[in-house]
Design a protein around this ligand. Structure first.
Ligand SMILES: NC(=O)c1ccc[n+]([C@@H]2O[C@H](COP(=O)([O-])OP(=O)(O)OC[C@H]3O[C@@H](n4cnc5c(N)ncnc54)[C@H](OP(=O)(O)O)[C@@H]3O)[C@@H](O)[C@H]2O)c1
Length: 242
């Protein structure tokens, strides 16, 4: 692992920062000295996370964003660039899904899963990437799921979106890697968060990952030396069937 100080003052735009894995990632990266733009829809939850970051001596920007809205995506990028002057790292973490037979999914739920988990991630990347290319460096971390590489029933639209994230990430890496940009895609198994209407702390740790441990893996990705990328990283709790 390279110098533990090399993330200091780097600016990260993080989606899904209001709770769950995103909140733990914000706190982890703030401890490493990064400046964090906190994006999600719930402004008051973001303000709570910002206070936690500031209590650690870190710097946070509250940046409300609904990933289904292109204008809000552009506004979040502009706001982050205005505040921090740069975006070194984009972490596309926001996501949601439900577990039920496909015919019980409403059309609105299908659209939401595809637009937040896949189209929103692609549009936000499209908005940030030109600034990274201009500077000749940058790091994109896309949070997919182990379901981005395997399939399960009752989450078909979610499976489709996460397979899309894995494909997008690998294709983009090959396009931009020679211009100083790295792309990692993370494929975690079950994480103990609010996902699917759950409550953080309610899942058995024998078959669920602690979100702080997944956040630590994200920090490890960012700390790799510039010529190395962990392009696809899968992690599971040992008690999960996979
Ligand atoms: N938990 C698991 O078992 C698991 C396993 C594998 C992968 N993942 C992935 O891990 C990532 C983080 O999820 P999590 O487990 O931390 O779930 P979570 O606790 O429910 O957090 C989801 C985050 O996504 C944000 N979000 C939802 N809809 C949004 C929208 N329209 N626009 C912007 N942000 C939105 C939420 O904020 P607001 O509601 O405030 O907008 C929240 O911050 C997701 O991509 C998920 O698919 C989770």
């Amino acid at each position: 692992m390279s110098d533990a100080t090399n993330l200091r003052r780097q600016a990260v735009l993080l989606t899904g920062a209001s709770r769950g894995l995103g909140r733990h990632t914000a706190l982890r990266l703030a401890r490493a000295g990064m400046r964090v733009a906190l994006c999600a829809r719930d402004r008051s939850a973001l303000e709570g996370v910002a206070h936690e970051v500031e209590a650690l001596g870190g710097e946070a920007l509250v940046c409300p964003l609904d990933l289904r809205d292109a204008a809000q995506i552009d506004a979040a990028v502009t706001r982050t660039l205005d505040a921090f002057g740069r975006i070194d790292v984009l972490i596309n973490n926001a996501g949601l899904g439900w577990y039920k037979p496909f015919t019980e999914w409403t059309r609105e739920e299908i659209d939401t899963v595809l637009s937040v988990n896949l189209a929103g991630l692609i549009h936000l990347t499209h908005a940030v990437l030109p600034h990274m290319l201009e500077r000749g460096s940058g790091y994109l971390v896309n949070v997919a799921s182990d379901i981005g590489r395997r399939v399960i029933p009752n989450m078909a639209a979610y499976v489709a979106a996460k397979h899309g994230v894995v494909g997008f990430s690998g294709a983009l890496l090959r396009e931009v890697k020679d211009r100083g940009i790295r792309v990692s895609v993370l494929l975690p198994g079950i994480i103990d968060t609010y996902f699917g209407g759950g409550e953080e702390g309610s899942r058995d740790p024998s078959w669920s990952l602690h979100p702080a441990d997944v956040a630590a893996v994200i920090e490890t990705l960012l700390r790799q030396p510039p010529g190395l990328v962990l392009d696809e990283v899968t992690l599971h709790p040992l008690g999960q069937e996979f």
